[in-house]
Design a protein around this ligand. Structure first.
Ligand code: GLC
Length: 714
């Protein structure tokens, strides 16, 4: 079906049929149970008539029910327009990969691309055609539960990893039956919710939006994503769902987006509590005028638009634009040629949890974990008797809060992973919140019989994710009590930490000899953890979100401004500078940080000159040596500090990075081309350009350390 035929089809549609295409309900309306509700859902009047004209559904599905629903639907739909099936495949469908914040710590777009590819193969086999992913909201506040879905605090990584997931979901041919159309979200600025409380108010300056928060959404669209989801939050007073500046001026006019725009769950009717709509009619009008083309889970459109369009005929054109985008999406997915996209129960059976998918998940989990501390405690001594204790010792809930269709029964636990690698381990599982005296006594006995203590600690899955905001991001007190008991025994204490966010780890860092941040590592979590603890794999993950000493420091992120009284410069001044009196000024573990079993040494930066221009980029390189005993992967990071600019610029900005694997004793020279484009930013006129002048160029293992040179843009 080409554009001409779509136009002809739109002309045949009644107004109600057009509005139906713009309405999305759950699969439960078609007798499939288990759709996960993350907001209110309107009861649809006249369900029997309307459900055969809705354009799409989201929620629980399998191959058999998709085939049944599509068949019934096509028998009832007057024009034979196929139904579209959407879902949240965020980091895996049935084979669950680490949560996106973990995946981002691989600093490897190929890991993201492969995660999305496997996710698409499995979800498409189950009947889905669209996923609400990638989420590319920039985050600086770990109190917000949805940081687990993000790729962290840096806009370059967010954009690259979001684009990689789009490519993995869609490939270059959406007509292929094992692809998913990607929906970028949440447009825009959702990660800046005030106080880290979900759905909360967002106020961002134009410069902050243009320089930090918007680039990643744009990069994901430039990778070809076919949908954009509007965010729940207000942006500078106007809810994103009704924000014409966002959805028209930026998305359509500046970026030229020609795909479909969908609301978030119930967000159209949420314009009423937001206080910009008096009722459903207002909500429908404002959303339609702003550019929402599919209303998710509420029915303001189907209730109010027929009458509204009668009163305001000019709205009819908005209907036609929206329906054209929706039909084009269905056509791009090949649904007019094959509404079933080759789905079969046999293929579903073959694809879900395929061994090659599990292997990909295991490899992704190994690359996502971050070794935060290691004082000669890891790799494990194979002759040591290990005491494995804590709420995650033998716990299958390692999938994370957005593993909608994952099944914990398939998860490999830490205990299983260690057993399968022949580690001599005795385990004691505890509750994650309350650890009674008798359990603590059992722990003491177990520790006395062991040589090394491995504590599997953290926060439960539902403490992060959507609506998973916490005012304090510390560990439960009883887990800290267990940690102190273990430390008092005088044996090596290793902590494996499970969470969907950065956690306050100052006390853990004080007591533990080693800390491995495992996040929520997914279906293969236990295997990946055992791979790292035994030294079978060398950890290479690097943080993409800073870990604060204390919740009170939040927001603490690497790319902050210097201020007029930077604490690190005013060393003589004890009080009157940018600092806290009661906690250190910087993060406990910074962006880009991570350890491994190798020891990488950096030499000095070599540059053919220290000058570059728009026409002549700068070639720089740096020698790296692996002085350790393990082959390892190092992520060599390049930052700049624009010393004098039209606006205050961050003290560090990531502009490039490369990963290099070196054998013990091996040396290599890592080379970069620095362009003027990399040194640019949006000025007060909201135009992107680089200023001539001096820049500090830093190359190192993380955002806090490295060799530096001054370079000049002429
Ligand atoms: C949720 C989330 C969004 C998700 C949608 C569908 O409320 O905000 O990220 O894709 O609803 O489940």
């Amino acid at each position: 079906m080409n554009t001409i035929q779509i136009e002809a089809l739109v002309k045949q549609m009644t107004r109600l049929e057009k509005i139906g295409q713009m309405t999305q309900i759950t699969t439960s309306f078609f007798n499939v149970d288990g759709a996960k509700a993350t907001g209110t859902a309107s009861r649809m009047k006249d369900v029997e008539q309307h459900k055969w004209i809705v354009g799409s559904v989201l929620g629980k599905l399998d191959a058999a029910s998709m085939l049944r629903i599509q068949r019934d639907y096509l028998q009832h739909n007057r024009l034979g327009i196929p139904l579209l099936f959407m879902t949240d495949v965020v980091h895996g469908y049935k084979t669950i990969f680490p949560v996106p914040l973990a995946l981002s710590c691989s600093w490897n777009p190929e890991v993201l691309r492969r995660t999305a590819r496997v996710s698409a193969v499995e979800a498409a086999a189950a009947g889905f055609q669209v996923t609400f992913s990638p989420m590319v909201d920039l985050v600086r506040d770990p109190r917000w539960g949805r940081v687990m879905e993000s790729f962290g605090e840096d806009r370059l990584l967010l954009g690259q990893f979001g684009a990689a997931m789009v490519e993995g979901y869609q490939t270059d041919d959406l007509q292929q039956p094992d692809t998913l159309a990607a929906c970028v979200k949440h447009f825009a600025g959702y990660g800046a919710a005030e106080g880290g409380k979900d759905y909360n108010t967002v106020d961002l300056s134009p410069l902050s939006l243009y320089n930090d928060y918007l680039p990643a959404y744009h990069a994901a669209l430039q990778a070809g994503a076919r949908l954009m989801m509007a965010a729940f939050n207000t942006l500078n007073g106007v809810p994103a769902t009704a924000n014409t500046w966002l959805l028209q001026d930026i998305l359509r006019k500046q970026w030229g987006f020609d795909g479909t725009v969908i609301s978030d769950w119930g967000a159209v009717k949420e314009l009423i509590p937001h206080g910009v709509a008096a009722g459903s009619e207002d909500a429908a009008r404002l959303s339609l005028q702003a550019g929402i083309e599919i209303e998710m889970m509420t029915t303001a459109y189907i209730e109010a638009l027929p009458e509204l369009c009668e009163q305001h005929p000019e709205l009819e054109q908005k209907l036609d634009e929206a329906v054209t985008h929706i039909l084009q999406l269905k056509q791009e997915l090949g649904l007019f040629d094959d509404p079933y996209r080759g789905v079969s129960e046999a293929r579903e059976q073959e694809m879900l949890l395929h061994p090659s998918h599990r292997q990909a998940a295991r490899e992704a989990a190994v690359q996502s974990m971050v070794l935060l501390k290691n004082q000669n405690a890891l790799p494990l001594n194979p002759n040591h008797r290990l005491a494995l204790i804590g709420p995650f010792a033998d716990n299958q809930h390692l999938l994370g809060p957005w593993s909608v269709d994952g099944d914990p029964n398939h998860t490999v636990t830490v205990l299983e992973g260690l057993n399968q690698q022949g580690v001599h381990v005795q385990s004691l599982s505890t509750d994650d919140n309350r650890i009674d005296e008798d359990v603590l006594h059992q722990a003491i006995e177990l520790i006395q019989q062991s040589d090394t203590v491995l504590l599997a600690l953290g926060e439960r899955e539902e403490w992060s994710g959507e609506a998973g905001s916490r005012a304090s991001i510390g560990l439960p007190l009883d887990q800290l009590k267990l940690l102190r008991i273990a430390a008092a025994a005088g044996k090596p204490v290793i902590v494996v930490m499970f969470a969907g966010r950065p956690i306050e780890l100052a006390e853990v860092a004080h007591h533990a000899d080693a800390i491995l941040m495992a996040w929520f590592p997914g279906t293969e979590g236990g295997h990946a953890i055992a791979d790292i603890l035994t030294g079978r794999s060398n950890p290479s993950g690097r943080l993409t979100m800073s870990f604060p000493y204390h919740s009170g420091q939040i927001p603490v992120h690497y790319n902050h401004l210097n201020t007029g009284r930077p604490a690190h410069l005013l060393t003589q001044e004890k009080r009157y500078k940018t600092q806290y009196l009661d906690v250190p000024n910087e993060s406990l573990y910074p962006f880009g940080y991570g350890l491994g079993y190798s020891e990488f040494a950096y030499g000095d930066i070599d540059a053919d000159t220290c000058e570059l221009s728009i026409d002549r980029p700068l070639q720089v390189s740096i020698p790296i040596t692996n002085n350790g005993e393990y082959t390892g992967c190092e992520t060599v990071q390049v930052y700049i500090h624009d010393r004098v600019a039209e606006i205050a610029r961050p003290v560090r900005e990531l502009i490039a990075y490369q990963q290099i694997e070196l054998k013990p004793g091996e040396k290599a020279r890592v080379e970069y081309t620095i362009s003027a484009e990399m040194l640019g930013y949006y000025h007060t006129d909201l135009q992107y350009r680089a200023d001539p002048g001096e820049f500090e160029l830093i190359i190192g293992p993380d955002s806090r350390r490295g060799a530096s040179v001054m370079i000049r843009l002429v």
